[in-house]
Every structure is written in C-alpha cells, then in structure tokens.
Design a binder for this molecule. Structure first.
Ligand SMILES: Nc1ncnc2c1ncn2[C@@H]1O[C@H](COP(=O)(O)OP(=O)(O)OP(=O)(O)O)[C@@H](O)[C@H]1O
Length: 120
C-alpha cells in the first residue's frame, strides 16, 4: 500500500493538507484573506445570494488564496536560493506579487457584481 499508486496519492494529499495548514497558521496575508473569505461568506448568507453567485464567490476566493499561496511559496524559494539582495530576486517577487494583485482586483469586481444589486 505504502508505495502503491493509491498510497502515493494519499500521501501527496496529506502533504498538500499540511501545506494549506502551514499557510493558514504562519502567513499573515493568507490569514487576512481567510478572514475576508469568511466575511463575504457571512455576507452571502445574510443577503441570500443565489447558487450561481455562491459559485462565482468561491471561485474568486479560491483564485485569491491560491495565488497568494503560490506567491508565498515563490518568496520562500527566492529567499532560500538567494538570501541576499539582488535585482533579479526583487523582479521575481514583484511579478509574483503582481499576480496576487490581479487576482484581488478580479475578486473585488466579482464581489461588486454580486453585492451591488443587493445593497443599492
Ligand atoms: N532579496 C531581495 N532582493 C531584491 N529585492 C527584494 C528582495 N527581497 C524583497 N525585495 C523587494 O521587496 C518587496 C517585498 O518583498 P518581501 O519578500 O518582503 O515580500 P512581502 O510582500 O513583504 O511579503 P511578506 O510580507 O509575506 O514577507 C519585493 O517585491 C521586492 O521588490
């Protein structure tokens, strides 16, 4: 079982869950986004948004949190391979942060489309 196809997949899932837990436990940016995600879920429950709107909302939450997780991994990798200041490292980190920014802008637009009609 240990080295079987299924055993490896189960072990891989365990590592992934551990990674998600580490992100939530140690990364302030992910913690902020998690609080925001819970807040919009409460808003969704309060305004009784439709099933389609829940789906768009979860896609937006997933987009932002996954991008932030990858950005965190990229920063950790950059700091590991080159702990000192280097323009190239700065460029790589800026690009990774830019991806999070794009995801956050898209998520904000989606939230606007969902909640604007309920609030105004
Ligand atoms: N080693 C480095 N060499 C050059 N520029 C760097 C370096 N480390 C960070 N920077 C610059 O500082 C910015 C912030 O980097 P940093 O690693 O502190 O990320 P952060 O956004 O503060 O994330 P976190 O708060 O999660 O650490 C980068 O986008 C980059 O422009």
């Amino acid at each position: 079982m240990k080295d079987s196809f299924l055993g490896k997949r189960i072990r891989g899932g365990g590592y992934a869950i551990k990674g998600a837990w580490l992100l939530l436990k140690h990364e302030p940016s992910i913690q902020v986004q998690f609080v925001l995600a819970v807040s919009v879920c409460i808003a969704g429950w309060y305004f009784e948004i439709t099933t389609a709107e829940w789906i768009y909302q979860f896609i937006a939450i997933g987009l932002v949190m996954c991008t932030e997780g990858m950005n965190t991994a990229m920063e950790a990798m950059a700091d590991f391979v080159h702990p000192d200041f280097h323009n190239k490292i700065g460029h790589i980190k800026d690009i990774a942060a830019g991806a999070v920014f794009i995801a956050a802008v898209i998520a904000t637009i989606i939230a606007g489309f969902i909640y604007f009609p309920y609030i105004f």
